[in-house]
Design a binder for this molecule. Structure first.
Ligand SMILES: [Zn+2]
Length: 246
């Protein structure tokens, strides 16, 4: 990745998702053109545009349009909340190809999204959940993002490598769709067995989450840093010296 790309919000967001996934032994599905895989669509698409512009011609211009200032509450070394000012900027990369046509891609530099993945583990006690030595080798985990929104069901193998559970029906046609919590019809009351089934939102196919029985427990949460701003000095534009209002 070129230096131009690396410092953008899009590239840093994608990297943050990779890092967060690696931390819990999860491999995210890579994007494929229009499909952003398991990555946030906006960041994925933006990075594609930036790469396209950077691959055109020899001269690349970086035009800053808007500089924004935000006050962020952070905890200092003693855990005391302090307000700190950060600056981020948005603009365009521009390049002209050999025919003289100008290409452009928007960028944001100075902030990016860090997924905070909370891992809830549901142990599936089924025929294939234990190995010959009665060690638990398979269970389903539910991953949620920092806002508590459902992200995916994930199976971990004995090597703690996770795989997002995908719809087996769609997979027959080599289409990757995440299985998600069951959809209730308008006004429908949650049935007692609601948690036992998961559904594909594309084809409607319903799958069982476990074979015969499961226990639910919360495992240690895996959290990445909550600070959405990067520690790159060239990005902070020396706001440290400025007096901040508290
Ligand atoms: Zn499906």
């Amino acid at each position: 990745m070129s230096k131009l790309e690396k410092e953008t919000s899009a590239a840093k967001t994608i990297q943050a998702y990779k890092d967060a996934a690696t931390q819990i032994g999860l491999v995210l599905k890579p994007g494929d053109g229009l499909d952003s895989g398991d990555y946030p669509h906006d960041a994925y698409t933006n990075l594609r545009y930036i790469r396209r512009v950077n691959s055109i011609g020899k001269e690349h211009r970086k035009i800053i349009k808007i500089i924004s200032r935000v006050l962020v509450t952070q905890r200092d070394e003693k855990g005391k909340p302090t307000k700190k000012e950060y600056i981020y900027y948005t603009g365009n990369f521009k390049a002209v190809n050999h025919r003289g046509i100008e290409y452009s891609a928007g960028f944001t530099i100075g902030k990016y999204n860090v997924p905070k993945i909370v891992q809830e583990v549901r142990q599936i006690i089924g025929p294939n959940s234990y190995d010959d030595n009665f060690n638990l080798i398979g269970y389903t985990s539910e991953l949620r993002d920092r806002d508590g929104r459902f992200y995916a069901f994930v199976d971990f193998n004995a090597d703690e490598v996770g795989k997002i559970r995908e719809c087996p029906h769609c997979l027959e046609y080599e289409i990757h769709n995440k299985l998600q919590p069951r959809i209730l019809k308008k006004g429908q009351v949650k049935p007692p067995d609601y948690d036992e089934f998961i559904q594909c939102y594309e084809c409607g196919n319903i799958s069982g989450i476990h074979e015969t029985h499961f226990e639910s427990k919360i495992k240690d949460s895996v959290e990445t840093t909550d600070n959405p701003f990067e520690g790159n000095e060239s990005i902070f534009l020396s706001t440290d010296n400025r007096a901040t209002k508290t």
